[in-house]
Write a protein that binds this ligand. Structure first.
Ligand SMILES: [Zn+2]
Length: 230
């Protein structure tokens, strides 16, 4: 792995990968607080461009209205535009991008034109059966949306929501059933494997074990950046 030491931590340019349920959002927040770098989440960029009706947003909307996939060029445009607003000495952490090698290549060229590059790609790894266990544990009150988990002793979710006067119905979202989670993970692995290979070949990939506590995972993430934890 190439070294990132000697880099000012404030200027670190990172990409963050992790399957659903791996705690990527929490780790992103901790990294942002610790390193003072911008968290650039592709989902946020899409919402921003759509709600502001920018040229890229209108292009994206056009494809979405037709039920078509938004082409890479549009997504790349949004990310490159956002990165361009961040000063060269400042860092950023990309989340949800790049999703394929075409996007990874475009990112590499765009940064290369500025004499920059990605310093490290953090890949938070959690075994699929653990992710299925975590995600399929989620239940929601239909009335107040309060989240619940299965009872540790009985393994069953509560029958009624105690917050709701008439005892709101507790259900599991279709997305969170074990079968649906397994499908989401299959898609995730198919999508990310080539991108992870792309960065592994460049010596930028850091695999981080994501099964411990939030603090332990954070310590491993910082270690992968050669930054000591608290
Ligand atoms: Zn409720």
């Amino acid at each position: 792995m190439t070294t990132v030491s000697g880099q000012k931590s404030g200027g670190l340019k990172l990409v963050l990968f992790g399957p659903p349920g791996a705690g990527k959002g929490t780790q992103a927040q901790l990294l942002r607080d610790r390193l003072g770098i911008e968290h650039v989440a592709s989902g946020d960029l899409f919402r921003h461009h759509l709600s502001n009706g920018t040229e890229l947003g209108e292009m994206a909307r056009d494809y979405m209205n037709r039920g078509a996939l938004v082409p890479d060029e549009v997504t790349i445009g949004m990310v490159i535009d956002r990165i361009g607003q961040i000063g060269g000495g400042e860092g950023f952490m990309l989340d949800g991008f790049p999703r394929n090698t075409n996007q990874a290549q475009a990112l590499e060229s765009a940064l290369g034109e500025r004499g920059q590059g990605i310093d490290r790609v953090i890949h938070i790894q959690v075994a699929d059966d653990e992710l299925i266990r975590r995600l399929s544990n989620r239940y929601i009150c239909r009335a107040c949306q309060r989240p619940f988990t299965r009872d540790a002793a009985t393994g069953a979710p509560p029958e009624r929501c105690e917050d709701c006067p008439d005892g709101g119905d507790i259900y599991q979202r279709d997305d969170d059933t074990p079968e649906a989670v397994a499908n989401r993970l299959t898609v995730y692995h198919q999508e990310t494997a080539p991108v992870l290979d792309f960065y592994r070949e460049r010596g930028l990939l850091a695999d981080v074990a994501g099964e411990g506590s939030v603090e332990a995972v954070n310590a491993s993430v910082l270690q992968s950046l050669e930054i000591a934890g608290e």
